[in-house]
Design a protein around this ligand. Sequence first.
Ligand code: NAD
Ligand code: UGA
Length: 483
Amino acid sequence: MKKNIKNICCIGAGYVGGPTMAVIAKKCPHIQINVVDINKKRIEDWNSEDLASLPIFEPGLGDIIKSCRNKNLHFSTDIKKQIANADMIFISVNTPTKTKGIGAGKASDLKWVESSAREISKYAVGSTIIVEKSTLPVKTALTIKRILESQNNKLNTKSVSQSFAVLSNPEFMSEGSAIKDLENPDRVLIGGEDQEAIKELINIYLNWVDFEKILTTDLWSSELSKLIANAFLAQRISSINSMTALCEKTGADIKNVSLAIGSDKRIGQYFLDSGPGFGGSCFKKDILNLVYICNHYGLDEVSSYWQKVVDINIWQQKRISHIVVDKLFRTVSGKKIAIFGFAFKSNTNDTRESPAISICNDLIEEGSNIYIYDPKVRELQIEKDLGVETNKKYSRNNDDGYWHYSKSIDETIKEADAIIILTGWSEFKKLNYENIFKLMRSPSWIFDARGILDPNHIQSIGFRFWRIGLGNQNVSQYFDMQF
Ligand code: NAD
Ligand code: UGA
């Protein structure tokens, strides 16, 4: 398939479609890029004059939108027209875990991928390269090809010319550092059979990525590599998190352990930060999908091995809410708890699968009044995650359990019994904890589930302090030994 790519269409204006296309637009001013979505509000937000209203917060994204939007980067709901115009189409739609039917709770729901393929087959004109950007179960390219071919057969009888090449080009960026990752990827992976189509995609990346970093494989290795990469990353987090509990029991410090083991080149220093469990829209769903695929092929031992990575993650989240209740005299009923951070990690407004959701739900269930502060997450999002019925106004005597959205740190901590740090936003490191201590009720606790504060400093102020993976031996005389 020989082409000269002038027009790209991306189906799906989400956390991947938006930033990925923004970076291609920045690096390839000679290519027109149209990002389309069925979600009208999302498209309106992408087109918003006020950059603070973009649907996604990512460092550096606003600047690119400002310089490329309405020049060679466009956002619209005109799916039909943009598919018809495109030489290359990226499918960047959501692939969440199925909630019902066969494979519910494990398999990926591919209905949005299928509907994209059907739209493409209806509206594409001439030869078009289809690029799977979404994370997909291995062999999905075959499904896409079959849908495209079936429509193609019908159209050919009416002498409308269409031809397709399907490539897999999984995305490895992380939220919070998406622009940096996209501009300087560790590798770009392209799987496919059609060598001309592969060359076209390589040519786009060559505008800013070194040739040596572009790996080409068969389709199935490419699709599967994405799932396996996420499984390996999540496995490291579950491994280190499982050891936080052991450090706490034995008087060791997980930070020292991470440093010691990570200095071994064979282990490596990255992804060894312990925390409240991994969140985000992908790790859990991708491992569950891998578990499902292994089961499907009768590889039960392999599937149970990877299932444990998810199990430990759930256990870690539960462990943190139990510790908080335990330390606060085994009851949080009617107590005010300040939650620092609701996003699943810092530098993003994304809350999908955030550990904060499960931990806050547990504390509300226990009757505590939680005040949530996050620099980027909006109240409406927290309402979607926790439910509107538990969003109430503060009163110390209310032991029904509810949450309240705080616009400022001061409101969050005033008369609070405890602070729980659930997202590692850098602003939480820089706060004046002496002043905060004065405004809280005594005894005042800090639970640092992200390990961002200095225990000696915090305890010297007078706080009771718990930090993930820090055993008794390392804490000063202020540590409360009675529990
Ligand atoms: P998202 O939910 O933020 O965005 C997906 C968008 O696709 C939505 O706006 C939705 O309205 C739109 N959409 C669905 N069906 C459509 C259709 N038929 N036509 C037009 N628009 C349609 O999801 P996301 O986080 O961007 O993830 C997309 C894919 O990328 C997933 O497969 C995910 O696993 C993968 N991925 C995500 C990340 C990440 O950091 N979020 C990183 C790498 C890979
Ligand atoms: C992850 C992968 O890192 C990306 O390569 C991949 O493209 C993406 O998933 C995807 O497929 O969606 P992301 O979920 O955006 O990216 O962010 P990560 O930095 O991987 O963090 C995931 C979760 O693990 C967060 O909750 C984070 O706080 C946690 N984490 C991460 C730790 O607890 N410790 C660490 O050392 C690293």
